[in-house]
Design a protein around this ligand. Structure first.
Ligand code: C2E
Ligand code: MG
Ligand code: MG
Ligand code: MG
Length: 291
């Protein structure tokens, strides 16, 4: 089984992901149950426009409220789901929860675009576009309110096939973002041929850009590349005001990170959004004056 994974050349062997270890087997059984028993839920992290200071979207981040283990972070079980065929149902559940929330926001008169993370394996599922279209219809949500985030490494697993699937999703009006950009190795030629509207700079560069000049240079390069290709640049992992100011000065389009807000459950997100005062004005940011 592991040999099969390795032959794909994309999932290097990691003993912690060995589905035969007792610990993993028990977590796997638990995950099957979690899908049944509603133990999975989403938190939402706001994305804020650096040109208007307004909330312009939210990223849905998966959480598992395990009855014994407590809150299990996605890094601890998404890879397991990927290696065991559970990723299809898992992604479907995430989309279902996310689109139900988008529908509620729209009904409250506060529509907001949601970003949902896909796994590498999801890009090998030729029916994904049909599945997503079905869920959009079921929830009565316009495709423009959904953005799918894919990482560079997920695309690299089978670039031609991924590009084909992404084109079909894009043709249905769904937006595509490249997540963790800069950490992988997408060629510029490939990027040009992908129906992408957003590059998310990997947070490993953003969190250290104030202290590490090469990280700062990488962030600025990705912003410039985005703009040269007509894409929007998003910085994730914005943890302090100085980073936010630098990103604004570099004409980054959107910021996301703990400095703005941690990911929150839906209720907390709504309260946070209602109270959001906007960002302070700068020479490049004309903010609306609320009387
Ligand atoms: P990601 O998509 O790059 O998501 C951003 C991660 O950075 C999230 O971690 C978020 O909580 C964290 N983050 C946000 N702002 C900051 C900050 O200012 N500082 C720091 N240090 N971290 C920040 P999280 O929620 O633990 O998710 C980790 C990864 O798990 C995600 O990375 C994504 O790759 C994956 N993931 C999360 N939800 C899903 C899902 O529904 N489906 C799939 N396939 N993967 C998911
Ligand atoms: Mg993401
Ligand atoms: Mg990311
Ligand atoms: Mg990541």
């Amino acid at each position: 089984y592991v040999a099969k994974q390795r032959n794909l050349g994309v999932f290097p062997y990691d003993p912690s992901l060995d589905t035969h270890s007792p610990e993993r087997l028990s977590l796997l059984g638990d995950l099957r149950r979690a899908l049944h028993d509603d133990e999975l839920f989403l938190q939402y992290q706001p994305k804020v426009s650096l040109s208007t200071g307004e909330v312009c979207g939210a990223e849905a981040l998966l959480r598992w409220a395990h009855p014994d283990r407590g809150l299990v972070p996605p890094d601890a079980f998404v890879p397991l789901a990927e290696n065991t065929g559970l990723i299809g149902p898992l992604t479907r559940r995430v989309l279902d929860l996310a689109l139900a929330q988008v529908r509620r926001w729209a009904e409250q008169g506060r529509p907001l675009q949601i970003s949902v993370n896909l796994s590498a394996r999801n890009l090998l599922d030729d029916r994904l576009d049909t599945t997503v279209a079905g869920l959009l219809a079921e929830h009565g949500v316009a495709p423009q309110l959904l953005k799918l985030e894919v990482t560079e490494s997920a695309i690299m697993a089978d670039p031609a096939r991924a590009a084909e699937l992404l084109r079909r999703l894009h043709a249905r009006g769904i937006a595509i973002a490249i997540d963790d950009f800069g950490a992988g190795y997408t060629s510029l030629g490939q990027l040009k041929n992908l129906p992408v509207s957003e590059l998310k700079v990997d947070r490993s560069f953003v969190t250290t850009m104030q202290s590490d000049s090469s990280d700062s240079l990488i962030v600025r390069s990705v912003i410039e590349l985005s703009h040269n290709l007509g894409l929007s640049a998003v910085a994730e992992g914005v943890e302090d005001a100085e980073t936010l100011d630098s990103l604004t000065a570099y004409s980054c389009d959107v910021a996301q990170g703990y400095h703005l807000s941690r990911p929150m459950a839906a209720d907390a997100f709504d309260a946070w959004r209602a109270a959001w005062p906007g960002l302070p004005p700068t020479p490049s940011r004309i903010t609306a004056v609320v009387a």
